[in-house]
Design a binder for this molecule. Structure first.
Ligand SMILES: NC(=O)C1=CN([C@@H]2O[C@H](COP(=O)(O)OP(=O)(O)OC[C@H]3O[C@@H](n4cnc5c(N)ncnc54)[C@H](OP(=O)(O)O)[C@@H]3O)[C@@H](O)[C@H]2O)C=CC1
Ligand SMILES: CC(=O)N[C@@H](CCC(=O)OP(=O)(O)O)C(=O)O
Length: 350
């Protein structure tokens, strides 16, 4: 690793997060992809599953071999399922690699809480404490020179970026928070399931994991940190008939009387200098298509003076800002580079 150039390996390169990492890293000026890794298709060309990657320099998928990864790469992205990352990441860290993990396995600091929500064993406590939670615009300064970054979940990214300035300023009462979130189907990964079946999702809209979603403790952990005392939230997820996108709509009671314009100003100040969070003018609502394929998070507000509540709408592309894009933003921050390297493209529209 020369300090201004890194060799990167991607475990889980045959999943949606992995393929999106490849798409962005191909345009990154300081990165070389040296290994694309698959547990189930080792030795096969990546074009077997993804013909559009025909011009990727590294064509054949490598197997999961920690020593081989350490011999080739400086940094590894683990875009692997929860439970898989928890077992693999300790070996990669032990081998001296820098790791950015996209799963939920290192986000929750309390192993008992992790086990309650994820329903399997937590990784060891030493690595849980070592992992830095990479919500880039909030904890970005903690990421530099670290060895293990835990990339936030897709729903928590949209939700937390939409809530943190108001919670930190004390403008909303966290006890009154209700979060109503919707995701496109790619959030469930590439594996086939009834959930993602065309006939089940097309022209349908459904709630799932109500009060049981694994992102609840992640959101509560961060809001508790920001607020300074315990926060619990009502959080409901919905599956929407679209490929990409998350919209998190949040409702809370204001602690004082604040206007839309004041909220816009508060958020603009909080995110000043951070390219990827865009605050909409008062009265303008962001839509998922307006961030599609990009690393942006767009946020809009409406204060209801009658009820003294505010509605906050936050949108991201789940595969980009919710996964691969923020993971590359964290690589940039880890290396001390401009956080926007490789990520400057505008959303795809229409
Ligand atoms: N999709 C999204 O929007 C988001 C996903 N995430 C998280 O990112 C991670 C990846 O998600 P996503 O890409 O959607 O998932 P996919 O199901 O699309 O891909 C999972 C990948 O993991 C690999 N894998 C599975 N088992 C193993 C194993 N034992 N060892 C090594 N690799 C394995 C699979 O490859 P193969 O079978 O070829 O080995 C595949 O490439 C997950 O933890 C997910 O929760 C986080 C935020 C958003
Ligand atoms: C649409 C859909 O099914 N989304 C997934 C998000 C999974 C995910 O990203 O999980 P981690 O961040 O915890 O790894 C879900 O709701 O479980």
């Amino acid at each position: 690793m020369s300090g201004d150039f890194v060799k990167v390996a991607i475990v889980g390169s045959t999943g949606y997060g992995g393929v999106e990492l490849i798409r962005f890293l191909l345009e990154h000026p300081k990165v070389e992809i040296v290994s694309v890794i698959s547990a189930s298709s080792s030795g096969a060309p990546i074009t077997d599953g993804f013909p559009h990657l025909i011009n990727l320099v590294v064509q054949n998928l490598d197997g999961v071999n920690v020593q081989e990864i350490a011999a080739k790469a400086d940094v590894v992205f683990t875009a692997t399922p929860s439970g898989v990352s928890g077992k693999l990441v300790p070996q990669l860290v032990e081998a001296g690699l820098k790791v950015i993990d996209l799963s939920g396995d290192f986000r929750i600091k309390d192993g008992a809480v992790y086990e309650e929500w994820y329903k399997h064993d937590a990784p060891g406590n030493d690595l849980l404490q070592k992992a830095v939670y990479g919500l880039s615009e909030v904890y970005g300064e903690k990421v530099k020179d670290e060895q293990l970054i835990s990339n936030p979940g897709c729903y928590p990214t949209a939700t937390l970026l939409g809530l943190i300035p108001a919670v930190k300023a004390g403008w909303i009462d966290p006890a009154t928070l209700i979060i109503d979130a919707k995701s496109g189907v790619s959030g469930a990964g590439r594996g086939t399931s009834l959930t993602a079946h065309y006939a089940e999702i097309n022209e349908n809209f459904k709630a799932y994991k109500v009060n049981k979603h694994q992102h609840i403790p992640e959101i509560e952990q961060v809001l508790t940190d920001i607020h300074g005392s315990p926060v619990t939230v009502t959080f409901t997820t919905h599956l929407a008939p679209m490929t990409r996108g998350i919209m998190s709509t949040m409702y809370a009671t204001l602690t004082g009387s604040h206007t839309n314009e004041e909220l816009v100003e508060l958020y603009k100040q909080f995110y000043e200098g951070r390219r990827f969070v865009r605050i909409r003018p008062a009265g303008q609502w962001p839509a998922t298509k307006e961030v599609f394929g990009s690393n942006y998070c767009d946020i809009g507000f409406a204060v209801d003076a009658r009820t003294n509540r505010v509605t906050i709408v936050s949108v991201i592309d789940n595969v980009v800002k919710g996964a691969a894009g923020q993971a590359i933003q964290n690589l940039n921050l880890m290396m001390g580079w401009d956080e926007t390297l490789g990520l400057k493209n505008a959303p795809v529209y229409p």
